[in-house]
Design a protein around this ligand. Structure first.
Ligand SMILES: [Zn+2]
Ligand SMILES: [Zn+2]
Length: 308
């Protein structure tokens, strides 16, 4: 969190600190461009545990839906349609999770507040900029320092351990998709659970699943609890994110009740700026803009992120 003592008022008026592209191109050294080409990954024990747990829970749900409910079903088309829909939602959710976790959320180049760089900004008399005392970078407007990522993040919304990353300017769209697909998959799993219970109660428990009745009941109850928990959490998060995007206000700014000093992009304009371009089905695609990054096995000493 920035302290007001370090914040300087005119930071948003400097051309090198407002436009994303202009700032990046001006600030990017070959080393920074090199870093941008690597996979972003935060080495945080808690975050990595939560991320692995998320994957395991989704895979558990997929296992129960496929092997406990759909494959033993005698209705072929019921199994095929629901199997395809649920697995598509699971793949899209996990892909969105990976994109959120492995995408640079908008980190400001570390330690760029050098004398040479400050001189290159050609500040006018009275013009001021803000320097982060923790990562020694020139801090753009709306950026905040994350103590877990150990970097200043542009338009930082919050640090989410479940995706082991900050949610910021460059990965917010993937986080929104992640919450949406998990919420949809949870609803689908809950509906299938309900139908399965009805079918089992009406017929023979021994015939409605390949597993023994007690095991089937335990697996289904655990899936119901997981579905309810996941749905509640992700639906609330999805709503909050859409509300923030439509108001062009991050969670941090909302909690701090910051008065906007930036030009707000409201409603559809806000959505367009986060999802990139006019409304289309591409907004739902977590693979948009995906490209293979250079593989590298040796992490930089002392760096919070590493490449794989
Ligand atoms: Zn910082
Ligand atoms: Zn963070």
């Amino acid at each position: 969190m920035p302290s007001s003592g370090h914040r300087l008022r005119d930071v948003e008026h400097h051309p090198l600190l407002t436009g994303d592209d202009s700032y990046d191109s001006a600030a990017s050294s070959p080393a920074e461009a090199d870093a941008a080409d690597r996979v972003w990954f935060i080495r945080d024990g808690c975050g990595m545990t939560c991320a692995v747990l998320t994957w395991l829970l989704v895979l558990y749900a997929d296992f129960v839906v496929t092997f406990v409910m759909l494959l033993p079903s005698k209705d072929f088309w019921y199994s095929v349609v629901n199997g395809v829909v649920f697995n598509c939602l699971a793949v899209l959710a996990l892909s969105s999770h990976l994109r959120t976790m492995l995408t640079d959320p908008g980190a400001v180049p570390k330690g760029n507040a050098t004398k040479e760089y400050m001189e290159s900004l050609q500040l006018k008399p009275g013009e001021v900029i803000y320097k982060c005392p923790k990562c020694c970078c020139v801090k753009p407007e709306r950026a905040h320092h994350c103590s877990i990522c150990k970097r200043c993040i542009r338009k930082m919304d919050h640090h989410c351990p479940w995706v082991n990353n900050c949610v910021g300017e460059k990965n917010q769209r993937f986080f929104v998709l992640f919450t949406m697909y998990i919420a949809l998959a949870s609803v689908h799993a809950l509906v299938l659970c309900g139908l399965q219970f009805i079918a089992c109660v009406r017929g023979q428990w021994t015939e409605c699943s390949d597993f023994s009745p007690p095991v089937t009941v335990i697996l289904l109850i655990f899936l119901c609890l997981e579905g309810l928990l996941f749905f509640t959490f992700t639906a609330v998060m999805f709503g909050t994110q859409i509300h923030s995007i439509c108001n062009d206000e991050t969670e941090i700014e909302r909690l701090k009740s910051e008065k906007p000093t930036w030009e707000r992009r409201l409603r559809w304009e806000g959505m367009k700026s986060v999802f990139g371009g006019p409304p289309s089905l591409l907004w739902m695609n977590p693979f948009v803009g995906f490209r293979f990054r250079r593989l590298q096995t040796r992490p930089r000493k002392g760096a919070p992120e590493f490449s794989v």
